[in-house]
Design a protein around this ligand. Structure first.
Ligand SMILES: C[S@@+](CC[C@H](N)C(=O)[O-])C[C@H]1O[C@@H](n2cnc3c(N)ncnc32)[C@H](O)[C@@H]1O
Length: 351
């Protein structure tokens, strides 16, 4: 939010090509800017669309009230899914799924917005340990491995809670919308690759004031796996999403791919438009042991050396606190150690 406040104005068109769950675009919305985003993760796009939806609490509560929770379109689910949810919760979840997904694409704006908001909060409460989380107590930031949860639950006597889905959705909606969000005139989040921005947003080519993004880091391999349960709900197998994401431990392949992304970003920006890029350091295993790879510094160098037409105007480093929730989650999910993480930010102008 501080970066947008510093580098963009009210009304600016802001694009995040790796929008994740929409943090940057929500900030843009709150600052009166026009937010656009893309991500290869359908669950990420659904959460971003919820953050961009123009809805009131009353509209969402009415929409939730109208959902039918006792007629599942499909009843069989894998044992891995059943580790997390009470069978009655699964029945309720599957009962509303087809309608919810259909309404998210409705031509009626108010139905579409209410459905998108509802789907976003459903994905938000699908697993976690809040009183309205739908699963057995488990991590919220990422979907835990079913085998781990199965063993942990039996060792610690954890039970899958019996939840009233509509009641939990309503509680979460009240939490999120008790303070109304400002309207957003235009803006959209789209499922697709940052390598195809000009095809995803043809009307924005040469029109974007600011690209603000945190791209996939070198060696980050788990975006899809970390969301396997949310992807299950949306009807996707995480391995298929994994195959389309930018994720490699090879510096050469990473550089080639990110250069293509930078070309797309350049195309989308207006003359003198800004790219603000934030990326954390990662640890690389090398013959001698481990070394730090500064993803942000590498991307800034790529901007300068690729003759794309960018000029770096600012760069800074920040240490992310060890107590950061997401870092803590990562340390459990994929072996990242709980060491401090340095995030590097650079700002580049399109010449
Ligand atoms: C570092 S995360 C972004 C986090 C985001 N700023 C947030 O606050 O949630 C990188 C994102 O890039 C996405 N991603 C990976 N490959 C992609 C691609 N080819 N096109 C678009 N998004 C991609 C991942 O799904 C992930 O959400």
């Amino acid at each position: 939010m501080a970066l947008l406040d510093q580098y963009a104005d009210r009304g600016s068109v802001v694009l995040d090509p790796f929008c994740g769950k929409g943090t940057a675009l929500l900030a843009a919305r709150l600052l009166g800017m026009t937010p656009y985003g893309a991500d290869i993760g359908p669950e990420a796009v659904a959460c971003t669309q919820a953050k961009l939806a123009c809805v009131t609490l009353d509209q969402v509560l009415e929409y939730i009230g109208g959902l039918e929770t006792d007629s599942p379109d499909q009843v069989s689910v894998t044992d891995d899914v059943l580790v997390f949810f009470h069978p009655d919760t699964v029945r309720q979840l599957l009962s509303i799924r087809a309608r919810l997904l259909g309404d998210c694409a409705s031509a009626c704006t108010s139905t579409r917005s209410a459905a998108r908001f509802t789907l976003g909060i459903l994905l938000g409460i699908l697993h976690g340990h809040a009183s309205y989380s739908l699963s057995i107590p488990s991590a919220h930031a990422y979907s835990m491995a079913a085998n781990y949860v199965r063993t942990f639950a039996s060792q610690h006597g954890l039970e899958r809670p019996l939840r009233d889905l509509k009641d939990c959705l309503a509680k979460k909606a009240i939490r999120c919308l008790s303070k109304p969000l400002p309207d957003v005139g235009a803006g959209e989040a789209t499922w697709g690759s940052a390598l195809e921005l000009s095809e995803l947003f043809p009307g924005l080519v040469g029109q974007v004031d600011v690209v603000l993004t945190s791209p996939p880091y070198l060696n980050a391999q788990t975006y899809a796996k970390d969301n396997w349960l949310r992807l299950w709900y949306l009807g996707h197998e995480y391995r298929n999403i994994h195959a389309r994401a930018i994720q490699t431990g090879s510096i050469r392949r990473y550089s080639e791919t990110m250069k293509r992304v930078l070309e797309q970003i350049y195309l989308m920006l207006r003359p003198n438009g800004l790219l603000i890029c934030i990326a954390g350091d990662v640890r690389l295993r090398v013959k001698e042991g481990e070394r730090t790879f500064e993803t942000g510094t590498h991307l800034a160098q790529l901007c300068c050396t690729s003759n794309l037409g960018f000029q770096i105007s600012h760069s800074s480093d920040d240490e992310v606190s060890r107590t950061s929730r997401y870092l803590h989650a990562l340390s459990q999910s994929n072996g990242h150690r709980k060491r401090a993480l340095v995030e590097r930010t650079f700002v580049a102008h399109k010449l």
